[in-house]
Design a protein around this ligand. Structure first.
Ligand code: GDP
Ligand code: MG
Length: 175
């Protein structure tokens, strides 16, 4: 017998975090499997889609990447509106970006979406020798704020797919 068609979830996912932390690179790695050492800050489409199939559901992500608006340290309300998942990104080799990530989390929480699946991501894991942000500190901050925490590298692709699969699983579970 044919397997019953599983649920399809349409999920808007928004990326937050300071400029230069690797948000666009993470999306391009996930969607196209590519990485650019000289990723231009504002170049490229700010909207991507990708489909992930899980056993329990098929998740169609509409990924909203900023086109450089994050330089003003705030994003338009329409950016967050209707989001099912949010990924706050910092760079593990820059304490400044982690401190700013905390501000981004605050801004996110002001949006007041209780069911939002939230991830805190320390990107540029390949720069571990230059690490400024300790794993435990980020982990603790994530826990205090109801987020899950992961470290990734868009450059080497480490944990990039895992990040989106984990979000998809949590979205499927929330249904
Ligand atoms: P955004 O401003 O947050 O979208 O960041 P970008 O994706 O434009 O990346 C900023 C810079 O960091 C670019 O030069 C990227 O090549 C670089 N970059 C992004 N991700 C990584 C990573 O995982 N490791 C390293 N070493 N560099 C990265
Ligand atoms: Mg970008």
């Amino acid at each position: 017998m044919a397997r019953p068609a599983n649920k399809i979830i349409n999920a808007k996912l928004v990326l937050l975090g300071d400029m230069g932390t690797g948000k666009t690179s993470m999306v391009l790695r996930f969607v196209k499997g590519q990485f650019y050492d000289n990723q231009e800050p504002t170049v490229g489409a700010a909207f991507f889609t990708q489909i992930l199939s899980l056993a329990e559901a098929t998740v169609k992500f509409d990924i909203w990447d900023t086109a450089g608006q994050e330089r003003y340290h705030s994003l338009a309300p329409m950016y967050y509106r209707g989001a099912a998942a949010a990924v706050v990104v910092y760079d593990i080799s820059s304490m400044d970006t982690f401190l700013r990530a905390k501000k981004w989390v605050q801004e996110l929480q002001r949006q007041g979406n209780q069911n939002l699946v939230m991830a805190l991501v320390g990107n540029k894991l390949d720069l571990d020798p230059k690490r400024e942000v300790q794993n435990e500190d980020a982990e603790q901050f994530a826990q205090e704020n109801g987020m899950f925490y992961l470290e990734t590298s868009a450059k080497t692709a480490q944990n990039i797919n895992d990040l989106f699969f984990e979000i998809a699983k949590r979205l499927a579970r929330a249904l």
